[in-house]
Write a protein that binds this ligand. Structure first.
Ligand code: ZN
Length: 147
């Protein structure tokens, strides 16, 4: 596997508005996007620190993964996301390497990224996300010269 950099750190919070206020007023960061991802039953808020983002996650349903996480472990760091290139190929290689996957194929996450999760049982308890900017896929699907 080849990881480029930490794309973002996902933090589970029970109240997104309160958390945004803290990050803006006390930590001096600016929330640049709030997005709901219905498939994952979350509302997310994004902040940038250098090339790394902080993704705050609030559950929109009692049975959502973030609600379950907070119930079990309390608020806090929920996942770490690494930027990669060639996500589909890297997933395949990881699986062949014996890494347990949650997602065997990339799916769409917040910010239009292609994402996939590795199972925390394989990663010493850290839910690990791999993500890829769509324009970094093998080809971007348009007529430009990147192919
Ligand atoms: Zn994430």
């Amino acid at each position: 596997m080849k990881l480029d950099h930490i794309e973002h750190i996902g933090v589970a919070v029970s109240n997104l508005d309160e958390a945004i206020k803290f990050y803006e007023e006390k930590l001096g960061l600016k929330c640049y996007a709030i997005e709901e991802v219905p498939a994952q039953k979350v509302r997310t808020a994004f902040f940038k620190v250098g090339q790394t983002k902080i993704e705050l996650l609030e559950s929109t349903a009692e049975d959502g993964p973030i609600a379950k996480f907070i119930e079990k472990k309390g608020q806090g760091v929920q996942h770490v996301a690494f930027a990669v290139k060639g996500l589909a190929d890297q997933l395949k290689a990881a699986e062949e390497d014996g890494v347990m996957l949650i997602d065997k194929a990339p799916r769409k996450g917040a910010e239009g990224l292609n994402i996939a999760f590795l199972h925390p049982k394989s990663t010493f308890g850290v839910l690990t996300e791999l993500c890829e900017h769509p324009e970094q896929e093998g080809s971007c699907g348009c007529d430009c010269s990147c192919k």
